[in-house]
Design a protein around this ligand. Structure first.
Ligand SMILES: Cc1cc2nc3c(=O)[nH]c(=O)nc-3n(C[C@H](O)[C@H](O)[C@H](O)COP(=O)(O)OP(=O)(O)OC[C@H]3O[C@@H](n4cnc5c(N)ncnc54)[C@H](O)[C@@H]3O)c2cc1C
Length: 422
């Protein structure tokens, strides 16, 4: 696969950009692979790439029931940050952020990672204390973190609701400057192209419809494109994890599938340079501006379990209310589109990267609202787990048995209710 470069953009421009080669092949499935990853979203594609790149395994298939990125990969609000505190999460997300910082070069694909800062608004002294604890811990473990007072915040983001009539007066902000956004489709395409060029077969329109077992092993996958076998199988199907788990006759998982919506407004002139997050009590809201000018924002889950990829009206009302409360200047802006994805909410709000009761099956799931930022590290550590058949110490507690051991990785301190872990 030829490398992308400024010279090639210029050269292809001479022929009206009509001679670019396909970014990845469209192969027919071979009958048998060393590793089969189910799910052509961000985590599946990243895993295939790192398996080939870091571990020299090339006989890999990624099976995707729709088109690449048709799941949560292409539906999220693209926030990347590493302001986590719990052991395991802290190191994992910081490593992910470090991989993000070099991802475009690594993949030879511009994923448009923009470190525009992640600004969490603070509305009470208790919130400021909690943020100080978290953000100091981040600094102690090698990340960047700042606390802004009201004056600094006003200087950086003048349009927030500082008015005397604000329902929740703002007193400052907790800030991670290295955090930001990336272009979600480009991340999926970049990983796909890089994996394909290392020999990975990316097979779209290939739904896994049945799983055959031979004792404690998966012996074959029934798919809409025929039987496919793999020596090792990885699940990376986000909100569909429980469905595949049941196909493998493994019972139930500590995961619930919920809907999360996102929204985009009509394009505006530059208004907001950062990602802004608001959360008071049960309310949760985050907003940023895309390169095309649209205000992208989201809020909480839709509050009931479902596999649908369509959201309900009360949450639209809720998100619009939060938007106008945080940035009153948006009150007359029109909403262009909204959509939803099925997120795999775990009981403590943290992910699973682990072995399973079956010898050749590995699980990548439980990403809750937050799997976009996790993509590079998720692929990195999942590939390592599959290749070496043991978890790296950083993900050692992110297994299915952690609840039996009494280990909760509960960043929010919200307790064992998946709906509360946003
Ligand atoms: C509205 C919304 C906003 C979000 N915002 C953020 C954010 O700002 N920051 C952040 O970090 N995270 C965010 N997330 C979460 C993030 O998008 C997900 O955690 C992440 O995309 C999960 O990646 P994935 O590869 O596991 O899943 P997906 O991208 O969903 O990929 C799973 C793939 O598996 C395929 N599949 C399912 N079943 C089968 C089958 N039987 N056979 C074959 N293929 C199958 C699906 O078609 C899908 O393409 C958001 C999510 C949503 C829905």
């Amino acid at each position: 696969m030829p490398r992308y470069s400024a010279w090639r953009v210029f050269w292809n421009g001479l022929s009206g950009h009509k001679k670019w080669e396909r970014a990845w092949r469209d192969p027919e499935p071979a009958g048998k692979y060393d590793v089969v990853i189910i799910g052509g979203g961000l985590h599946g594609l990243a895993t295939a790439y790192y398996l080939a790149q870091n571990h020299g395994i090339a006989n890999i298939a990624v099976l995707e029931k729709g088109w690449l990125g048709s799941g949560n990969a292409g539906r999220n609000t693209t926030i990347v940050r590493s302001n986590y505190m719990m052991p395991g999460n802290r190191e994992f997300y910081e490593y992910s952020l470090k991989l993000w910082e070099n991802l475009s070069h690594d993949l030879n694909y511009n994923v448009m990672f923009s470190q525009r800062a992640h600004v969490t608004l603070l509305h009470s002294l208790a919130a400021r204390d909690a943020a100080a604890r978290r953000y100091n811990l981040m600094r102690l473990t090698g990340s960047d973190a700042e606390l802004w007072d009201l004056e600094a915040l006003r200087r950086e983001i003048p349009h927030l609701n500082y008015g005397p009539g604000a329902r929740f007066p703002i007193i400052g902000a907790a800030v991670q400057r290295r955090a930001g956004n990336a272009r979600h489709d480009a991340v999926a395409w970049g990983y796909a192209r890089a994996a394909d060029s290392r020999g990975v077969d990316i097979i779209q329109n290939c739904e896994v419809t049945g799983i055959a077992r031979d004792g404690h092993r998966i012996s074959g996958l029934e798919t809409s494109r025929g039987l496919i076998r793999g020596k090792k199988i990885g699940f990376a199907v986000a909100g569909n994890t429980s469905r595949l788990w049941q196909m493998a006759e493994l019972g139930t998982l500590p995961i619930e599938t919920h809907k999360l919506q996102a929204f985009i407004s009509e394009p505006l002139k530059p208004l907001l340079d950062q990602v802004v997050v608001f959360g008071v009590g049960g309310s949760h809201f985050y907003i940023s501006q895309t390169d095309k000018g649209g205000m992208v924002f989201g809020g909480d889950l839709d509050w009931y379990k479902s596999y649908a990829q369509r959201g309900n009206l009360p949450m639209i009302y809720d998100a619009a209310e939060a938007a106008t409360s945080v940035l009153p200047c948006l009150s007359r802006v029109r909403l262009l589109r909204h959509w939803s994805g099925s997120v795999d909410m775990s009981m403590d709000g943290s992910f699973f990267l682990c072995k399973t009761p079956l010898d050749n099956l590995y699980l990548n799931a439980g990403w809750n609202y937050g799997g976009f930022k996790a993509t590079p590290a998720s692929g990195w550590y999942f590939a390592d787990l599959i290749a070496n058949d043991r978890p790296d110490p950083i993900i050692a507690n992110h297994d299915l048995q952690r609840f039996e051991r009494g280990v909760q990785i509960d960043e929010r301190g919200a307790g064992s209710d998946p709906k509360l872990h946003g």
